[in-house]
Ligand binder design. Structure first.
Ligand code: ATR
Length: 272
């Protein structure tokens, strides 16, 4: 059989580690695949995506800022995609229909609970940010049965809007002055870290028992995780595991094959 053609579409896309991750999964499972990076010029997502599928692509991943356009092109979608209104995985079905899923949230939950062994169930959770990255994971976080989720954003109107869209009594938007002390789990979903910044926050949101997760990753501790560690004896982790887990779920959607992720996360860590 010919190699299966897959890709990641986005802008920028050069930094993406998806090709090496999916090549590792292909090696594990014996699937033959070509996985490319495709840069999408402004406003061209739909054409680029349709060309790729028309040329025999079996599916693709979508990175920023195209997850909303990928949502629009999908002809039917998973609940997670519908609830987040974002799609990070497209699969061309045998019938020709285009299916859209969002594996970001499930990837985050898998990394938190399975790889890190942290609890979400019954925990008091604080999520920072109210952009696309956060909208993409809230529904799956709720499926993991937290006690509640406080959503805090620099621009509070956006947090209020996102909390309202989720329409679940366990999610509340909170202002800085209403943040509680010592959350069990704090997830940074802001993009502040991409420019080396940390959101402005009171130190008492952290307790010694707190688990702090930054959805971005990089060489060494992220700016947010450094702030957490300098403030409290909490535990921290970055988003590299989430990146690999969301990819594993995409791979399973395309090929119905489960893959191992632990060694891959460790080896990517060495080259990040
Ligand atoms: P993404 O798709 O990565 O989520 P986004 O939709 O632009 O990107 O959202 C970025 C998020 O990071 C927003 O919640 C943003 O806060 P605002 O809504 O107030 O802009 C947050 N963010 C970015 N830089 C930040 C900073 N320096 N401090 C606090 N929050 C920041």
């Amino acid at each position: 059989m010919d190699n299966r053609r897959l890709a990641v579409l986005g802008n920028p896309v050069a930094h993406s580690r998806s090709p090496e991750i999916h090549r590792d999964f292909a090696r594990q499972t014996g699937v033959d695949l070509d996985y490319e990076k495709i840069l999408v010029p402004d406003g061209r997502f739909h054409d680029v995506a349709m060309d790729f599928l028309g040329a025999g692509g079996v599916g693709f991943n979508i990175t920023l800022p195209c997850k909303g356009e990928a949502f629009d092109m999908a002809e039917h979608r998973s609940v997670s995609a519908n609830r987040s209104r974002a799609v990070n995985t497209i699969a061309a079905e045998a019938s020709g229909r285009i299916y859209g899923d969002n594996t970001d949230g499930a990837g985050l939950v898998q990394d938190l609970t399975h790889n890190l062994g942290w609890k979400i169930a019954d925990q008091r959770v604080l999520v920072l940010g109210a952009g696309g990255a956060v909208r993409g994971v809230l529904w799956d976080l709720l499926q993991a049965a937290p006690c509640y989720i406080h959503l805090h954003n620099r621009t509070s109107a956006k947090a209020i809007q996102v909390a309202a869209q989720m329409a679940d009594g366990r999610i509340t938007a909170v202002e800085m002055s209403d943040l509680e002390q010592g959350y069990d789990l704090i997830i940074n979903g802001t993009s502040a870290g991409l420019s080396g910044n940390v959101p402005e926050l009171p130190e008492n949101i952290l307790g010694h028992h707190s688990h702090c997760y930054d959805m971005v990753y990089g060489a060494g501790a992220t700016a947010f995780n450094e702030w957490c560690l300098s403030t409290s004896r909490c535990e921290v982790a970055d988003g590299l595991g989430m990146l690999v887990e969301q990819a594993a779920l995409s791979f399973r959607l395309w090929f119905s094959e489960a893959v191992q992720t632990r060694e891959l996360i460790m080896s990517l860590r060495k080259t990040t």
